[in-house]
Design a protein around this ligand. Structure first.
Ligand code: HDE
Length: 712
């Protein structure tokens, strides 16, 4: 019998082949000089068993190119995944910005996006507890605009000057290069516990935001306050937000640890497969717009990148949508060589004096010079603007253009001063004329001294299950530190955010929260020598909660692209299987058949179905839910293999949905779930729509009081 889903994969294979045949049709292999090559397997030797000859220019070219294939990885954000797409504007916002991308609703602006982790090396696993980079390159008709953000709305430090310290503390320790892609170690907590401004971003990093379910299910933020400038030259402050249409979802820490072993490329693969399958990831672009007059209206400084503007105070105005619809053709040429610079802006957008942003304006150009090796990095295809580039810059390593004419200076008469300056009507960039009347100082505004109010607001805004995850994360991370005084200092810092939180972490660690009674805070943390001129201020409470900060209030209306494992063996019941599979696929879920071996598996109607993974090659943590159809013979086979019980128990432990039909229930009976069949996300002979609702809810957190007992 013909395999049920083999037709699909066969035609995909043909499409793939066609794609490459078209691209490479009639191409003969050549050297880099265009010389045709007829042997690339054997070097030139003095006789069949003789030594290799120095003369072998083919060998030398091939090996030498290979020897130089690597470029330095990014010092931060080394591990990343990219995709192409486009941005569309819903309605013009010309009252705020004159940028074409914000005024022309007919445009489809091409974009390239690179998501990343921060601390790990290029080959580190995707599910590290870490901030995610969210960098977008807009190839606009007025030049390239890079919005180089993160998936958290605030940053660890307030001034660029501290960035090397922050990064040195979180990177593997310099003596033994341990640990890889992990913040859970002494040096990081030594720094964080003495640098109170880090605490806000740090508590976000302890939350589920740091372990996304998918890169497609996380928010993005420009972090800094920028400016929008309209055609009258009027400025408004703005914060940029990306809101994923699939909602914001995460895995648990326990899953993250296991996913890193089961599939270190989990996020990269997920992004690639979703785009490949035509489920294009989407984010809406939102703006928080603040009139210049309101600059000093808030309890925090708009220039302080460790502060967010609660959406409860300034709502996010949705202005457009970004869709990622094409995977890169070549990882190195595109994702590795893409160079984002916060300094790439277009008329209608401008900077503020945020001291972190100001430092970034220097760093990114500088870093490209050592990574890409040439000041001509903008000529690499992925970095090339879509508009023509004309100026008098010349030469440099790897110059790709051949500029014509004698005049490489401006003004010139020999070439009629061409290229000439842009007139205002042609859209030349002008800086916002900000009034400055100040003393030159090396210091920081006192308005940056409140370090506890917003971490406390964040924690208060979380639901109970999210708070439990934060407590677990602090406990895990500090539990990995070896120096008791660092742990104590950190516990003290946490107690400044929330005493109950600190107490719970302290209980888990078996280390008391130290008291600071009567001491100024800097002395209490032994930070008198940090050089910080201001005491961190006492915590304020200007907003009790912001529901937008909790993932409990995200979207739960879709199962699109969720991975559903169907556990089957020969003889599985075709009726119930087909009903469920069709219903899931109808809602755009990705259904995977897991069987005792690879190859095919035969259903009750004698049809062969292509297996997606043998049970020995996969793990439950790679799926969002499981379904077990009936079929006496199938279930009898599954019962013989202990890993299915592990699969079920783990799925239950991680609060995911489980559905079984007919004899499938018997497999549950051997598992921990046997006693919890009434659980809201355990479906026995239920309709597919009930199962679908449970998957859309992402997790059944109600279950979590018993999950620690599950023996996996
Ligand atoms: Fe970066 N950052 N950063 N950063 N950053 C880099 O530039 C830096 C900061 C962010 O996918 C580097 O091309 C300094 C904030 C992303 O290619 C480097 C400071 C935010 C990416 C650099 C910051 C970011 C980078 C390394 C403090 C969120 C990856 C490679 C002043 C708004 C971009 C490179 C990609 C990469 C410096 C702080 C986001 C070294 C000095 C805040 C998403 O130039």
């Amino acid at each position: 019998m013909m395999a049920d889903n083999s037709n699909k994969s066969e035609s995909k294979k043909i499409d793939e082949l066609k794609k490459f045949q078209v691209d490479y049709q009639d191409q003969v292999m050549t050297t880099n000089q265009g010389l045709k090559v007829n042997d690339t397997n054997n070097s030139l030797k003095s006789g069949e068993r003789g030594s290799t000859l120095l003369e072998d220019f083919l060998l030398r070219e091939k090996i030498s190119h290979f020897d130089h294939e690597r470029i330095p990885e990014r010092i931060v954000h080394a591990r990343g995944s990219g995709a192409h797409g486009y941005f569309e504007l819903y309605d013009s916002i010309e009252e705020y910005s004159k940028a074409g991308i914000f005024t022309d609703t007919k445009r489809k602006t091409p974009v390239f996006v690179r998501f990343s982790t921060v601390a790990g090396s290029k080959g580190s696993p995707d599910l590290a507890r870490d901030v995610r980079g969210f960098a977008v390159k807009f190839y606009t008709e007025e030049g390239t605009w890079d919005l180089v953000g993160n998936n958290m709305p605030i940053f660890f430090i307030q001034d660029a000057m501290k960035f090397p310290d922050l990064i040195h503390s979180v990177k593997p320790e310099p003596n033994n290069e341990i640990p890889q892609a992990a913040s859970a170690h002494d040096t990081f907590y030594d720094f964080v516990s003495r640098t109170t401004e880090t605490l806000h971003n740090h508590i976000w990093a302890m939350s589920d935001r740091a372990i996304p379910r998918s890169l497609r299910m996380m928010e993005g933020f420009g972090i800094h306050t920028f400016r929008l400038i309209n055609k009258e030259g009027k400025s408004h402050f703005v914060k940029f937000h990306w809101k994923p249409t699939l909602g914001v979802h995460s895995v648990t820490w326990e899953e993250a640890v296991k996913i890193n072993g089961a599939d270190a490329d989990f996020h990269r693969r997920d992004l690639w497969e979703a785009i490949d399958a035509g489920h294009f990831p989407e984010w809406e672009l939102g703006l928080q717009i603040i009139p210049e007059e309101d600059e000093h209206k808030y309890d925090f400084d708009l220039l302080d990148p460790t502060k967010l503007i609660p959406e409860e105070m300034v709502p996010v105005k949705i202005v457009g949508k970004m869709t990622l619809n094409r995977n890169p053709d070549n990882f190195f040429a595109e994702t590795e060589q893409v160079a984002f610079l916060p300094g790439h802006i277009v008329p209608g957008i401008d900077f503020t004096n945020d001291p972190l942003l100001q430092g970034r304006l220097f760093s990114y150009r500088d870093t490209q010079l050592s990574r890409l090796g040439s000041t001509n990095f903008h000529q690499i295809p992925i970095n090339k603007p879509i508009v023509p580039v004309h100026n008098y810059q010349r030469d440099g390593h790897m110059q790709m253009d051949i500029p014509k004419g004698r005049g490489a200076y401006f003004p010139n008469s020999l070439m009629g001063s061409c290229p000439h300056l842009a007139k205002m009507a042609e859209g030349g960039f002008t800086h916002y004329e900000e009034r400055i009347d100040a003393k030159k100082i090396r210091g920081r505004s006192k308005s940056f001294s409140d370090h506890f109010s917003q971490p406390a607001l964040f924690y208060r805004s979380l639901s109970d299950w999210e708070k439990e995850h934060v407590i677990g994360a602090y406990s895990f991370e500090l539990g990995k530190c070896t120096q008791k005084y660092i742990i104590e200092r950190m516990l003290f810092m946490i107690s400044q955010i929330d005493e109950d939180l600190a107490q719970k972490v302290s209980d888990n660690l078996g280390i008391d929260v130290p008291s600071s009674v009567g001491k100024p805070l800097n002395q209490a943390i032994g930070a008198d020598d940090t050089g910080d001129k201001h005491q961190p201020e006492a915590k304020k409470n200007y907003l009790e909660q912001d529901p937008n900060l909790s993932q409990s209030n995200t979207k739960f209306d879709s199962i699109a692209t969720r991975q559903i494992a169907i556990l089957v063996a020969n003889g599985f019941d075709m009726d119930s299987f087909k009903k469920m599979k069709d219903a899931l696929e109808d809602k755009d879920a990705m259904v995977k058949l897991i069987a005792p071996t690879g190859g095919t598996v035969t259903c009750s109607e004698g049809m062969d179905h292509e297996v997606d993974a043998a049970i020995s090659t996969t793990e439950s943590v790679l799926f969002d839910a499981i379904y077990i159809p009936g079929g006496e013979k199938s279930i009898a086979t599954l019962k013989e293999e202990g890993k299915y019980i592990k699969f079920i128990n783990e799925t239950f432990k991680h609060c995911k949905a489980i559905a079984v039909d007919g004899e499938g229930e018997a497999l549950l009976d051997g598992s921990f779930v046997a006693d919890y069949k009434k659980d809201a996300a355990v479906h026995i002979n239920d309709t597919p729509s009930k199962f679908i609702d449970s998957i859309a809810k992402h997790r059944n957190w109600e279950r979590r009081s018993i999950t620690s007992k599950v023996p996996v």
